[in-house]
Design a protein around this ligand. Structure first.
Ligand SMILES: *Cc1c(COP(=O)(O)O)cnc(C)c1O
Length: 359
């Protein structure tokens, strides 16, 4: 086989990752995702003097940032001779684990909260050949079960409790620094199990130690009905439209608080209304269709700038964690309608007789 010019993130960042020459690389050429300027979001947040960028993690092979951690977790599982991998998931970890396990020829079991997973993510897990088990309970309960069987029967856990996941995910920070020439001043992002905010903070710190690239304030956002870190206590029955962050007792809770405190950042909450408003704004004004969960960081940016000042000239990055196509049901709840017309020119002219883009 010839070596393609494109490379996955283990090949790209090899010297900064815990791999050796004996690590088999299981990759779908993940990473290297676009960092897109977002002038309309900047305007909506009253930040005309600053630059806002969107990191489009939905451009990863399975459509979410989870692929960054999974390429490393599955590669290490193969290196260590695992026969199978297991995870609990709100959907995207399962989709990613299923795809990378398929590529590696490993057995993969995924535990999903019954009824709590977006349709696209479930389809991905099934199509990639995972053993999909819907657990009558929430994510936190499914995670407990997965970790118990991992101890019991020697399955390798590929949740973010697996340290290789965060190692892979930290490469997102390296890419942002490469694209901007330095770290941003602020990074806004959703917080669910709190692995990603932990991983980005690791990445920014590592890069800063090597090359004085600077450190952003880490701005994490939870949905109001699933905001354990904001409220300071676990939530028994977390509720939000944003299913990827519907988590009541995050695994990386303490480390997310450290990232917040050491970076002089903030972890706040936004309502489902604010999340959906940002979700629509991104799609209609910037041309970027992300998941509701992914819009949570942007909703946080808009909420934050209503109360606080951001110094003019700042660089602000929002991590859009997953692709909007994964969740085909939420758009149906939005106020947009398809119209059906007869197959005549008269009807077509009438239908297009308005003068502006719809709102
Ligand atoms: C997993 C996920 C999150 C939450 O990330 P954590 O590391 O659990 O905080 C947010 N958005 C999407 C789309 C996800 O898949």
């Amino acid at each position: 086989m010839t070596t393609p010019k494109q490379q996955g993130l283990i090949a790209r960042w090899r010297s900064r990752l815990p791999v050796t020459n004996r690590t088999p690389i299981i990759s779908l050429l993940e990473g290297d995702t676009p960092l897109v300027p977002a002038p309309k979001i900047a305007a909506a947040a009253g930040l005309g003097q600053s630059s806002v960028y969107l990191k489009i993690e939905g451009a990863n092979p399975t459509g979410s940032f989870k692929d960054r951690g999974m390429t490393l977790a599955i590669s290490k599982a193969v290196e260590e001779g695992a026969r199978g991998v297991i995870c609990a998931s709100t959907g995207n970890t399962a989709a990613s684990a299923a795809a990378y396990a398929a590529r590696a020829g490993l057995r993969c079991a995924v535990l999903l909260p019954a009824g709590g997973v977006a349709a696209g993510k479930l389809s991905q897990s099934l199509m990639h050949g995972a053993e999909v088990l819907a657990v009558r309970g929430n994510f936190d309960e499914a995670l407990k079960l997965a970790s118990l069987i991992a101890e019991d029967a020697g399955w390798t856990m590929v949740n973010s409790t697996n340290p290789y996941r965060l190692e892979g995910q930290k490469t997102g920070a390296f890419e942002v620094i490469n694209a901007l020439g330095r770290a941003p001043d602020y990074q806004f992002m959703p917080v669910g199990n709190a692995g990603n905010i932990t991983a980005y903070w690791m990445g920014y710190q590592e890069a800063h130690r090597r090359s004085k690239s600077g450190l952003p304030k880490m701005m994490g956002w939870q949905a109001a009905g699933a905001a354990p870190i904001v409220l300071g206590r676990p939530i028994k029955n977390p509720k939000t439209i944003a299913s990827a962050i519907r988590i009541g007792d995050p695994v990386s809770w303490k480390r997310a608080e450290q990232a917040r405190d050491r970076s002089k950042g903030h972890i706040g909450k936004v309502s489902d209304r604010e999340i959906l408003s940002a979700y629509r704004l991104l799609a209609r004004e910037e041309g970027v269709f992300c998941e509701p969960s992914s819009a949570t960081g942007v909703a946080g940016l808009i909420a934050w700038t209503k109360r606080k000042k951001i110094r003019p000239g700042s660089k602000i990055v929002c991590i859009l964690t997953g692709n909007g196509l994964k969740d085909p049901d939420t758009p149906k709840t939005q106020p947009y309608k398809m119209r059906t017309i007869p197959a005549t020119m008269a009807a077509l002219r009438r239908a297009l007789s308005g003068t502006r883009r719809g709102r």
